[in-house]
Design a protein around this ligand. Structure first.
Ligand code: GRF
Length: 219
């Protein structure tokens, strides 16, 4: 693998549709990165099959096989190290990472969350947005710190919430945007366009593409 590509380690727990969007972006030549390894903490995750279909190493590191969180994270770090990973991409990975893990990848772990943070951190947030009655929802790509969905925000996409929406309908609408913005953000990071200053993230040199992704749904 030529060095000009950022090496991604993608962590999943389930379906892997966000993973698929990154695979597709790379295959279309829109993302200047390569997936070195996919790791799932759930042995039956559909995303493992998606990775293997594209000849990407797909490895199970099941948290239940470890007696401590640190031992689980040490094994994750070992695998990521073996594959020379430079950016850790969480894609529906349902475990919180502790400082023990994060200190090895400072500002090199990103996540996508199906809400407009800082509103609705945590789980089942599309249903919570519907129940709360908000008019807009969306998704957020952010750096991961040791809080719950609390790290510096890189990009967001907004969708409307209609009064007839169920949580599932809204989740589908948000997911379409996730599949647009996650590959883009990874490309920006791979190209060295993303700079973090405290809580604020600056993106430079990517032209209109960046601005339109930041302020409206990507079509
Ligand atoms: C997405 O909604 C993402 O925002 C959240 O988990 C879900 C993952 O979906 N973090 P998939 O497994 O990538 O299809």
């Amino acid at each position: 693998m030529p060095d000009k590509y950022l090496k991604l380690g993608i962590l999943i727990s389930g379906r892997g549709s966000d993973l698929q969007s990154v695979i597709d972006g790379i295959e279309k030549g829109e993302v200047a990165a390569r997936i070195s390894v996919v790791i799932s903490n759930e042995p039956d995750a559909l995303g493992l099959k998606r990775a293997r279909r594209h000849h990407i190493p797909a490895i199970v590191v099941c948290h239940r096989d470890f007696t401590t969180r640190q031992a689980f994270e040490a094994r994750l770090l070992e695998v990521l190290g073996e594959y020379g990973v430079g950016l850790v991409v969480l894609a529906g990975f349902m475990r919180l990472l502790t400082p023990f893990f994060l200190k090895e990848y400072p500002m090199k772990v990103i996540n996508i969350h199906p809400a407009l943070l800082p509103a609705f951190p945590g789980e089942n947030v599309q249903q919570k947005a519907v129940d709360y009655g908000v008019r807009f929802a969306g998704c957020t790509v952010h750096f991961v710190d040791d809080g719950m969905d609390s790290g510096p925000i890189i990009a967001q996409a907004v969708v409307p919430v209609f009064s007839t929406d169920t949580g599932d309908v809204l989740a589908d609408r948000i997911l379409k945007q996730e599949h647009q913005i996650y590959p883009k953000v990874i490309h920006w990071i791979a190209r060295g366009l993303v700079r973090v200053e405290g809580r604020r993230v600056h993106i430079s040199g990517a032209g209109k593409d960046v601005e339109s992704s930041l302020i409206e749904p990507v079509v």
